[in-house]
Design a protein around this ligand. Structure first.
Ligand code: GLP
Length: 244
């Protein structure tokens, strides 16, 4: 794992968007998995602009959504589905065969997990995974206590995730479960970027980078990834000892 520090959110986002764009140029059939949430918003915007402006071939890329709130329709503006449809899949005009997002309304959610695992395997794994970090150290919906061996799975959400998650919605919603790609896929991904910005993420970044590796603090898994990068702005790095 490597820590990289940026002056601000803009520079952090430009770096990640640039890395992804360059990777698509080198490998047009890139398999990209992204988290939604506030953190990667600017990255997605910059990436789409870059692909469009530089006319980068997007016809062979595959996109995978990291997670979803169980029970939410894709029309809900706080859903991950809604974010990706409107900000990435739509603007890049990806074909339906080019992406997979969890259907959080599926009758058989277990089967939805199996479909995701099959999709990832058929694509020979994820090339680049971009994740954020929750206030309890989760990645995707891999909540504290989630096994590092998990494939895609359904999980009861932690109290912190339920309350922090309200920020994505215009009105109060009942958040009880999540469906998510598991850590086995993260460990198998060829490259992982964990992004964090703002002082509210300083404590969880300190634990991620300098704390013990434990399933009780999920993001500590980054220390086990040989090609894992923890990318932070100055505010998120502010509690690290010897940050440089
Ligand atoms: C959410 C999502 C994660 C996201 C994380 C951080 O609950 N399940 O995929 O990365 O929490 O979100 P944010 O970037 O809004 O801080």
């Amino acid at each position: 794992m490597e820590l990289k520090r940026f002056r601000n959110y803009q520079e952090l986002s430009e770096f990640v968007a640039g890395e992804i764009a360059d990777s698509i140029k080198n490998k047009p059939s890139l398999v990209l998995c992204l988290a939604s949430g506030d953190t990667p918003k600017l990255t997605v915007e910059l990436l789409v602009n870059k692909i469009n402006e530089e006319k980068i071939d997007r016809s062979k890329i595959t996109f995978i959504g990291l997670d979803e709130w169980v029970g939410l329709p894709p029309t809900n503006s706080g859903s991950c589905h809604y974010f990706f449809k409107n900000n990435l899949i739509g603007p890049l005009q990806l074909m339906t065969s080019q992406y997979f997002l969890f259907d959080a309304l599926a009758d058989d959610l277990r089967n939805e997990c199996l479909k995701m695992d099959k999709f990832i395997n058929e694509k020979n794994g994820i090339d680049i995974m971009v994740v954020g970090i929750g206030m309890n150290g989760h990645i995707g919906f891999n909540e504290p206590g989630s096994s590092f061996d998990n494939l895609s799975h359904i999980i009861d959400l932690d109290e912190i995730t339920r309350s922090v998650g309200q920020k994505y919605f215009n009105e109060k919603v009942e958040l009880s479960q999540g469906i998510t790609i598991g850590f086995k896929h993260l460990l198998n991904a060829k490259k992982v970027f964990l992004m964090a910005n703002g002082s509210k993420k300083a404590e969880v970044i300190k634990k991620t980078v300098q704390g013990p590796v434990t399933e009780y603090f999920p993001a500590s898994i980054m220390q086990q990834h040989e090609n894992g990068f923890v990318l932070v702005d100055d505010d998120a790095a502010s509690l690290l000892s010897n940050p440089d």
